[in-house]
Design a protein around this ligand. Structure first.
Ligand SMILES: *Cc1c(COP(=O)(O)O)cnc(C)c1O
Length: 231
């Protein structure tokens, strides 16, 4: 049952945080609803979840439209996050739909988001997606180029960089992912010395979020542990 899965995930978040000497409230749960039905999302919202992550702009747009009436009726405010790769031609919609875009990985994309955000008078919150290994997803900026991208973004008036995101390679054993999470945290610590607005660490998915929290995650993106296997 969804309610049981939600409380189980929250318990695990709390336990992992306390184990690492952290305040569990520092960790934001992003419920990843890609390929989940509108009814599932409604159920999750009624059970108290408020932050949802999608990895495709068009799918998110359809869902957000389909949920407008429900949200008004129940006076629920849902925060949508873009967690997948963002294509240039989708930047316009993304800026209109998402509170936070986790996947900025080039100056070109940042400039485009800035331009679209300016058009609607928005300051778009974003994270920089960092690629920590070759076998990782093909998206993300190299760690050594991250600072330059942040410097570039810091000059754009309609974009606000808040931190870093990564999608590490998949390992059966979550312990094997730990070095990647640690690397991202070390990079964040280094960058936040210079850019105090770099705070967030979006890392950790269903099978490894506890390790990510131990390593400092401030946002975990969880799909299957909440909703079951995607069809
Ligand atoms: C699908 C997805 C997730 C969630 O994955 P689960 O293993 O279902 O928790 C997290 N982050 C990104 C970027 C995703 O695409």
């Amino acid at each position: 049952m969804l309610s049981e899965r939600i409380s189980s995930v929250f318990k695990k978040i709390t336990y992992a945080a306390l184990k690492a000497g952290r305040n569990p409230e520092e960790i934001k749960l992003i419920a990843v609803t890609k390929s989940q039905s509108i009814d599932k999302i409604k159920e999750a919202a009624q059970l108290g979840l408020r932050v949802f992550g999608e990895n495709r702009v068009q799918e998110a747009k359809n869902k957000i439209e389909a949920l407008t009436e429900f949200m008004a009726q129940w006076r629920i405010n849902i925060e949508w996050h873009m967690i997948g790769h963002l294509q240039s031609n989708k930047a316009k919609d993304a800026v209109r739909l998402f509170e936070l875009i986790h996947s900025v990985d080039s100056e070109k994309l940042a400039a485009l988001i800035n331009k679209e955000a300016e058009k609607i008078g928005k300051i778009q919150r974003v994270l920089i997606q960092v690629k920590l290994s070759e076998e990782e997803s093909k998206f993300g900026i190299e760690p050594e180029d991250t600072e330059k991208l942040i410097e570039f973004c810091s000059k754009l008036p309609n974009i606000k960089v808040e931190g870093l995101m990564t999608i590490p390679p998949y390992f059966e054993n979550p312990e094997d992912v730990r070095p990647y999470f640690r690397k991202l945290r070390q990079l964040r610590d280094f960058l936040s010395g210079k850019y105090s607005f770099i705070k967030e660490l979006s890392m950790g998915m269903s099978h490894d979020f506890e390790v990510a929290i131990e390593e400092g995650a401030t946002m975990v993106r969880i799909g299957t542990a909440l909703f079951g296997q995607r069809i």
